[in-house]
Design a protein around this ligand. Structure first.
Ligand SMILES: O=C(O)CCC(=O)C(=O)O
Ligand SMILES: [Fe+2]
Length: 326
């Protein structure tokens, strides 16, 4: 089945200049890619300045074979989960293909949720070893010949206090995108506006950053991981409309209470980050794990999850939920 992207209108940027953003794509100065095992301090410092960081060699060849094999197997066995049938759901349309909740039925993926290469950086950026909380885990594919999608530049979930709190860090949410195929020029590419995490709109970032404003595609071989603050403006920059790309997207939230300050008061406390989505479910083996650290990691339940747990993880309750099975 040939899947094609449905192109968006450029509302965030200037449609007279480009189909995405302001057409200020900088291709001549790629950012550094840090080795998280040896460069964690430099990687975190880079993130704190720019709102994103590239980590290199985050998946081994065996892991890439395993995950690409997972795509192949599940696309054949459960095409409806990926949006590979004519019953494509709204969440499939902007992404090409997406398998929204693979953890529910695949314990072989559990070991990726706190991956030894990227997770230590996630821990640091969220304020400490016991601070990251699981939010969401999904697999996506822009298929071959999917055409342009012209995804708007946007931020993902944000908290209002990001605009004024002191200090800004730690982040509320982080997203880790791991490339599962090589992302070279011509392929769809994750693209950020460096330093844009404290603006409400792309237009405001464009105006305030002035000559520093640019759109930076983050190319990298399979196994590269991009960590970004969900407040940083970003998009999937179109390639030639022919080349495909596979990506694993995982979101982390910040747990615990944290002393902070606002311009109006020094007695301000940041609550644990709220839930990212109202539909995401965690499997029983993780949400009710006998291991306290795992239970804490999977403790940010939304109301759908609360109801599913109350039902004793009834498959019929799950099936009735919007992305319960797909
Ligand atoms: O796939 C990408 O490169 C970016 C996707 C994205 O930003 C989103 O779906 O919110
Ligand atoms: Fe996004």
């Amino acid at each position: 089945m040939q899947v094609r992207l449905e192109p968006q209108k450029n509302l965030a940027g200037d449609p007279k200049q480009a189909t995405q953003g302001f057409g200020k794509v900088r291709r001549d100065s790629p950012p550094p890619a840090f080795d998280p095992a040896t460069d964690v301090d430099a990687a975190c410092a880079f993130f704190e300045t720019w709102g994103y960081v590239v980590l290199k060699d985050c998946l081994s060849t065996a892991e890439l074979v395993h995950l690409n094999g997972f795509y192949q197997r599940t696309q054949a066995e459960r095409p409806e989960a990926w949006g590979l049938t004519d019953k494509r759901k709204p969440h499939h349309r902007g992404q090409g293909l997406i398998y929204s909740q693979p953890l529910l039925d695949h314990p072989e993926l559990d070991r990726y949720t706190r991956h030894p290469r990227s997770y230590p950086v996630v821990q640091r950026l969220l304020g400490g070893e016991d601070r990251p909380r699981f939010a969401e885990f999904n697999f996506r594919e822009t298929p071959q010949s999917a055409g342009p999608g012209a995804m708007n530049f946007h931020h993902d979930a944000v908290r209002e206090d990001r605009l004024i709190r002191t200090p800004f860090m730690p982040s509320d949410w982080l997203c880790a995108i791991h490339y599962l195929t090589d992302v070279e020029p011509g392929a769809p590419c994750f693209c950020v506006v460096p330093g844009s995490y404290r603006f409400e709109t792309l237009k405001a970032a464009h105006k305030a950053l002035g000559a520093d404003y640019h759109e930076l595609p983050l190319y990298g071989p399979a196994g590269t991981c991009v960590l970004y603050d969900t407040a940083t403006f970003h998009t999937r920059l179109d390639g030639d409309g022919e080349k495909m790309r596979r990506t694993w997207h995982q979101y982390y939230a910040r747990g615990g209470w944290l002393r902070s300050a606002l311009p109006t008061t020094s007695r301000y406390v940041r609550a644990p980050t709220p839930v990212l989505t109202d539909w995401n479910l965690f499997p029983e083996r993780l949400a009710l794990s006998p291991d306290p650290a795992t239970r804490l990691f999977f403790s940010h339940w939304n109301t759908a999850m609360g109801e599913w747990a109350a039902s004793g993880f009834d498959p019929a309750v799950r099936k009735a939920m919007p992305r319960g099975e797909q």
